[in-house]
Ligand binder design. Structure first.
Ligand SMILES: [Ca+2]
Length: 279
């Protein structure tokens, strides 16, 4: 099985080199530069158990920063204000500018920055519509990336490294040179993530995604996971970008540390270029 997987990755790379992706191929989902950008996203707190009751506890706001003297707008998301607990599903989603049909491969690009730990965030791509996302929350995801340092009910301690979905749970991304799990994400630092999403049927090797990262210990773009698994494998057109986070339960909250998002793009095929570069 492992041999089969490396073989398919090899073919993927061959396709990548032949496809001659260009920066112009990137389709913007959101870079949050427009003043009203946050209003294009739907916010839904579908399991609000806050006590005392807080209506609409999730915080999803456009913020500004200055990078090397250049102003940049991004999206900050957290399940609730500091000290508020019990918001178990803080969903935020937006329709993709185009659907990824069954059989298609698309590359998604996203920048994230951890505002602070402790936290519990996931984001990725869904093939459900708005009502389906609200109904299924975590099970609305297919390709999924996760940021958390929470301890699982099983006692497993998450380190805060970027995670991918695999059948039966999540896995840390891996440094391919050492073969060891990546280090925890460093708060206050932007990480670039390329995820090559294969929406072919599972019987044809699809419903999987490969992940590349630049940031932290990965000073160059590095493949950090091969063939992570779609969560549900519905084999349906991918239509929405989805984020979720969670304060944890009232009796054992994780912490409300925020996650910052910027530069959400998609591109047909395999595209490992930097969408922000003009080359
Ligand atoms: Ca921006």
């Amino acid at each position: 099985m492992k041999k089969l997987k490396s073989l398919s990755v090899f073919f993927l790379l061959v396709i990548a080199s032949k496809s001659q992706a260009q920066n112009a191929d990137w389709i913007l989902i959101d870079d949050f530069e427009e003043k009203g950008a946050a209003t294009a996203w739907t916010l839904a707190d579908t399991k609000n158990e806050t006590e005392p009751r807080v209506e609409n506890p999730q915080i999803t706001v456009r913020r500004m920063e200055s990078e090397n003297g250049v102003k940049n707008a991004y999206l900050l998301k957290k399940p609730a204000a500091e000290g508020v607990v019990g918001n178990r599903k803080a969903l935020t989603f937006k329709r993709l500018p185009r659907a990824v049909e069954v059989g298609e491969v698309y590359t998604f690009y996203t920048r994230i920055k951890v505002e602070s730990f402790p936290n519990n965030h996931v984001f990725g791509i869904s093939n459900l519509d708005a009502e389906g996302i609200k109904q299924h929350d975590y099970n609305a995801f297919e390709a999924t990336l996760r940021v958390t340092d929470k301890t699982e009910s099983s006692g497993l301690v998450n380190t805060g490294a970027l995670m991918v979905k695999v059948d039966g749970g999540y896995a840390n991304i891996v440094d391919p040179e050492s073969g060891t799990d990546a280090m925890p994400l460093s708060p206050g630092e932007w990480y670039e993530i390329w995820y090559v999403v294969n929406n072919a049927p599972a019987s044809l090797g699809g419903q999987t995604y490969d992940v590349f990262v630049r940031g932290g210990e990965f000073t160059r773009q590095t493949q950090v996971y091969r063939q992570a698994d779609f969560r549900m494998k519905r084999e349906a057109p991918l239509t929405h970008f989805l984020m979720n986070c969670n304060t944890g339960p009232l009796d054992a909250p994780y912490g409300n540390g925020g996650l910052m998002y910027d530069d959400l793009y998609m591109s047909a095929g395999v595209n490992l270029l930097d969408p922000k570069s003009t080359n």
